[in-house]
Design a protein around this ligand. Structure first.
Ligand SMILES: CCCCCCCCCCCCC/C=C/C(=O)SCCNC(=O)CCNC(=O)[C@H](O)C(C)(C)COP(=O)(O)OP(=O)(O)OC[C@H]1O[C@@H](n2cnc3c(N)ncnc32)[C@H](O)[C@@H]1OP(=O)(O)O
Length: 725
């Protein structure tokens, strides 16, 4: 757990807990033993702390925070022990020094880092604060503004920036360990007082009060209901206002508040869920452990509309040579211009600038209307219009032109992967890659396997997600896949609530207060109401193919709301037309204001259909929207479309703006308690028997009957499935 060795007068303590030397109780005990041994040995004149496998430490063992044996008070005293040592202690930082790892380094008298090392205090991202005196030492070392920024955002900073901030004393390009031992030998006998951070005053700011006031407003705004950033702020403020020992006491109190909050548990669940979904499997037995990805040396994107442009940008950023194809020169030139604009903006944001992206080089990014140029690519992403006939025509062409083995991906948000694959002679190479708009920004990539998709194709798509710095989640093929399928009942409930008496702004407010970035109506105005309208027309739910005499508010015996169709018929497509569920300052405007026209339209609609308006409270809005979404999640799990609740949660956090500090919809259901979710669905379903989305899923009922087991056990109640958490 930590090795003790000697390099003449320097004791070397190496933290060992692969893969990232997380600080478990055993590691901490070994570190303490090493420090005491070095202290007791008169021939030791200095100490050097490093990590095994060129990684210092990724911090406290996160699993330990929910373990009954947890002992979160264990690290602070060890950091103090390091600092109070009468022999100089040097931290040799390689790889990462994060969280408790960086706090150990802050206890050391000197810090030396490899040029490629990354440092940070990311506790805030798992619902905590740097509770081993980090909130008190860091501001004393690098000043309040920089420390507050690092601690409240949790960002990782590269060694070069750490050097500029004064977080490390030196950076090296070669052997960090040898450099640290040299430094340790050099500083033997030098006074340690000035190197002990707990003794240093905080560098004063001209107007500390005003700075703190403004910083708090910013932190609160960014936190959107998440507790940790504000408590991180309070701990750092204590460093500015109190002596070190009192600040440490305050830090401990605040740490305890966070540790016992449900938010920390949710965020830590989300951390491990994101990692668990990398270990994908399918009901037919394909698995990450046996499938190997194919290399992607060259790719192609077909279609340069909004999605295609974002996908091209993502691939260029991942340094993958690329052919971008459009149907004719007019569309190609329009698409090329838009892509170049996006890439220039991205290049400006990136550290090394445009040169690093290399998108002006035609060997890296080629625009064409010639399908034959796709003959040598390893992977194609088709991103055309959501139209089955068009997609099938393209895939038919691709299976003739592309080289054997090329992966053929379709970017679709709902269409049947098997039907698209049926147009090719190689259905095993066809896979769905559902990007989220804007595709170069959003982290989620839903990866959909069809009946014939090979394990190699899934592994390659997952590898692509990693290369694009996205979270890939493998799911089965059904209408809307996972994300949109769960979204349908949620949006449907929101619209039904309008019919019954609510307003878009009231529904949105409740869901935004819950933590969504955008409520369903603001979201639908942003995405464009015409997208769903087109899909409903294709499904025969509205438009010319709707049989005459179909009741306005019923389809196949189920409740249906024509409200969104009526808005579209009025040309109200959302932001793009300046009017939708809200009104905007102009077409393309972003500022939503409640629209009196819509309010009177709703009243008129209710009168026409003899709907009695009633007051709908916040609880009903929240429960009907969220529980119907969750209910669909249980159906998805029961059908084997996703192999665990963590998949659904990762999709919702990364693709649909679900507040991370609530852990995702299925985790949220587990915190509400499944019996309560079931009881509420039963209640609403009795009132609305013609709404299938409110009818409790059989799997939910089964789990309640089984005594509301913890989320990690859910999948064991379905045969031949197992959860990976
Ligand atoms: C039994 C009781 C023990 C109690 C513990 C006692 C200590 C008490 C101290 C109390 C003091 C409190 C203050 C300190 C708090 C902290 O330090 S909280 C932790 C802060 N650190 C982080 O948040 C970093 C988390 N890790 C990462 O962000 C990434 O892993 C990475 C470092 C950036 C590396 O990324 P990547 O290369 O992509 O690798 P991963 O796949 O993410 O990780 C590989 C596996 O390692 C697991 N892992 C990573 N970090 C931790 C960790 N800190 N604790 C536990 N496990 C960790 C990760 O889950 C991966 O494993 P699998 O999930 O099995 O795939």
């Amino acid at each position: 757990m930590a090795q003790y060795a000697r390099s003449s007068a320097v004791a070397v303590i190496r933290l060992c807990n692969p893969p990232l030397n997380a600080l478990s109780l055993a590691v901490l005990q070994a570190l303490e033993d090493g420090l005491k041994k070095a202290d007791a040995d008169p021939s030791v004149k200095a100490v050097m702390i490093c990590g095994e496998n060129r990684k210092f430490s990724a911090g406290a063992d996160i699993r330990g925070f929910s373990s009954p044996k947890r002992h979160e008070g264990a690290l602070g005293p060890i950091v103090s022990l390091i600092e109070s040592s009468e022999k100089p202690v040097v931290a040799a930082i390689e790889g990462v020094a994060l969280g408790g790892g960086l706090e150990v380094a802050l206890g050391c008298h000197y810090r030396i880092a490899h040029v490629k090392a990354q440092m940070g205090l990311p506790e805030v991202t798992i619902g905590l604060l740097p509770g081993a005196e980090g909130t008190q030492r860091l501001p004393r070392l690098i000043g309040l503004p920089a420390a507050l920024d690092m601690i409240t955002t949790g960002k990782h900073i590269p060694a070069t920036e750490a050097l500029k901030l004064g977080l490390v004393d030196e950076i090296v390009e070669e052997n960090t360990i040898e450099a640290a031992i040299r430094l340790a030998n050099k500083v033997i006998g030098q006074p340690l007082g000035p190197r002990r951070l707990s003794l240093k005053p905080i560098p004063r700011l001209p107007n500390m009060e005003a700075f703190l006031r403004e910083a708090l407003v910013k932190v609160k705004k960014q936190a959107r209901g998440c507790l940790a950033p504000e408590l991180c702020f309070q701990a750092v403020r204590a460093a500015a206002e109190r002596p070190f020992a009192e600040g440490v006491r305050r830090e401990r109190e605040l740490f305890q508040v966070l540790l016992t909050s449900g938010q920390a548990r949710a965020l830590q669940y989300a951390f491990f869920a994101e990692r668990a979904v990398r270990r994908w499997d399918t009901p037919s037995g394909a698995s990450w452990s046996s499938a190997a990805p194919q290399p992607v040396r060259k790719a192609a994107v077909i279609g340069l509309g909004t999605m295609g442009r974002g996908i091209v940008t993502s691939l260029v950023k991942a340094n993958i040579p690329l052919v971008a194809l459009e149907q004719d020169l007019e569309y190609l030139n329009k698409g090329r211009k838009a892509v170049m604009l996006l890439l220039e903006r991205e290049a400006m944001k990136m550290e090394r600038g445009a040169q690093a992206l290399d998108f002006h080089n035609p060997a890296r990014l080629q625009f064409t209307v010639d399908f034959d140029l796709l003959h040598d690519v390893d992977l194609v992403i088709e991103a055309v219009f959501e139209n089955m006939a068009l997609k099938k025509e393209i895939f038919h062409k691709l299976s003739k032109i592309c080289k054997p083995g090329a992966l053929l991906c379709t970017n679709t948000s709902a269409l049947n992967i098997d039907e698209i694959a049926s147009a090719t002679s190689c259905p095993q190479q066809v896979i769905g890659t559902h990007f989220f708009s804007p595709a170069h920004v959003m982290r989620l990539l839903e990866i959909i396997y069809g009946r014939h998709t090979s394990p190699t194709a899934i592994a390659t798509a997952m590898q692509l997600a990693k290369a694009l710095k996205k979270v890939g989640v493998v799911v089965g093929n059904c209408f809307g896949f996972v994300g949109n399928r769960m979204m349908f009942p949620y949006v449907q409930q929101a619209v039904f609530l309008l019919e019954e008496g609510s307003r878009p702004e009231a529904v949105d407010q409740v869901l935004e207060d819950f933590g969504f970035k955008l409520g369903p109506f603001r979201m639908s105005d942003l995405a464009g109401l015409d997208v769903g309208w087109r899909s409903r027309k294709d499904q025969g739910l509205t438009g010319p193919s709707l049989p005459a005499g179909t009741p306005a508010r019923q389809r196949q015996g189920q409740r249906y709301s024509p409200l969104p169709d009526l808005l579209c018929e009025q040309g109200r497509f959302g932001q793009k037309t300046g009017k939708g569920w809200y009104q905007y300052e102009r077409a393309g405007g972003r500022t939503a204001t409640p629209d009196p026209w819509l309010h009177s339209f709703l009243s008129h609609y209710r009168d026409t259909h003899h709907i009695k308006t009633r007051f709908i409270d916040q609880e009903e809005i929240l429960e009907r929207c969220l529980f119907s979404l969750i209910n669909e999640g249980f159906a998805i799990l029961a059908e084997g479309i996703a192999s665990g609740p963590e998949h659904l949660d990762v999709i919702y956090i990364n693709g649909y703006g679900w507040p991370k500090h609530r852990g995702g919809p299925m985790f949220y259901a587990s915190t509400v308690g499944l019996p309560r979710v079931l009881a509420k669905l039963q209640k609403y379903s009795e009132v609305h028997p013609d709404v299938p989305g409110l009818r409790p899923s059989a799997f939910l009922k089964k789990l309640v009957a089984a005594g509301n087991p913890p989320i990690k056990e859910w999948m064991s109640y379905l045969s031949q499935q197992s959860s990976k958490l």
